[in-house]
Design a protein around this ligand. Structure first.
Ligand SMILES: O=c1[nH]c(=O)c2[nH]c(=O)[nH]c2[nH]1
Length: 301
């Protein structure tokens, strides 16, 4: 029997970094959580404790902070690309680098109706995400970029049905033609370009996802997810695939009949678990192979 080392990767996870642009009185802020991982020739470290090929995770951290100034941080996709390329291009044992980033949004405070230059409140809304994977050097170099969002909590109070489902001897669920539909959406999309107006695309994709959730008359969360992904692919020809994961945040009609009180879809128990977890990927039929685009490091993005 032989024992071999399998897939491995290592890096510094969750560097909390805030980059402030203060070149004019109106400052800009980017509040991110960056994780870097290196893949390559690290067998000696695992098999013999030989660190000769190992760029310390501390160095990866220092690079992440310095690059926020040296290379800039105006979008998480472009910043991730700079970092990932740097590790692959300059560290010989590194075959591939994976950078995963979460961005927390801040909203300018309004003072007397005007946006303040250097004060924000944290937006409680969704977290923006991105991953960049760079493999190989020179002409052989290949790059995969994904964008995304998570924790986008969204609810519609009608326009959602669920009936006609398969029933067996364990089925208790009653069909409904009018229910609350709510989720905390996780969406990820895979780019086929390495150059885009990343911030504009992010806002555009988010707007499409939200609009579809609102306007699609839903016969199931599955159908809504498909329509959301499809609309994104129709709008952006440089996005090849959209992956969606949506917990069905059940709102159960509360039984007020013991009190002789009518409840016509007005009072609900918002249950937190268990929840249906609906996941779907929507892809172009000619999408290029995803390669390592979805090979995760932290699992946060
Ligand atoms: O949109 C839904 N999809 C399901 O698969 C499902 N299953 C369930 O019990 N409720 C729902 N709702």
């Amino acid at each position: 029997m032989g024992i071999i080392l399998g897939d491995n990767q290592y890096g510094k996870a969750e560097n909390r970094l805030v980059r402030i642009y203060r070149d004019s009185p109106r400052h800009e802020i980017h509040d991110v959580n960056v994780s870097t991982a290196l893949r390559g020739d690290f067998a000696a470290a695992h098999l013999r404790g030989d660190q000769g090929n190992v760029l310390p995770t501390d160095t990866q951290k220092q690079t992440a902070y310095s690059f926020a100034k040296e290379r800039g941080l105006t979008s998480i996709e472009s910043y991730g690309l700079e970092l990932a390329r740097h590790f692959v291009d300059t560290v010989a044992p590194v075959d591939a680098a994976r950078v995963e980033i979460e961005e927390f949004a801040w909203q300018r405070v309004l003072v007397d109706g005007a946006e303040h230059d250097h004060t924000w409140v944290r937006k409680g809304q969704e977290v923006r995400t991105a991953s960049v994977t760079v493999e190989g050097r020179g002409d052989e170099q290949r790059t995969w970029i994904t964008g995304g969002l998570k924790d986008l909590v969204i609810l519609k109070s009608t326009g959602s049905e669920f009936h006609g489902f398969h029933e067996d001897s364990y089925t208790l669920l009653r069909p409904t033609t009018d229910r609350v539909m709510a989720t905390s959406l996780v969406a990820k999309w895979r780019f086929t370009t390495t150059e885009a107006d990343w911030n504009e695309v992010y806002e555009g994709v988010k707007a499409i996802l939200v609009k579809q959730f609102a306007v699609v008359h839903s016969l199931a969360l599955q159908q809504t997810l498909y329509e959301m992904g499809k609309a994104v692919l129709e709008a952006y020809d440089f996005i090849a695939e959209v992956r969606l994961s949506a917990p069905n945040k059940h709102h159960f009609l509360y039984d007020l009949s013991p009190f002789g009180v009518a409840n016509d879809n007005e009072v609900f128990h918002a249950d937190d678990r268990p929840y249906g977890l609906i996941q779907a990927s929507v892809t172009r039929d000619d999408a290029p192979d995803p390669g390592p685009a979805w090979r995760q490091y932290t699992g946060l993005v």
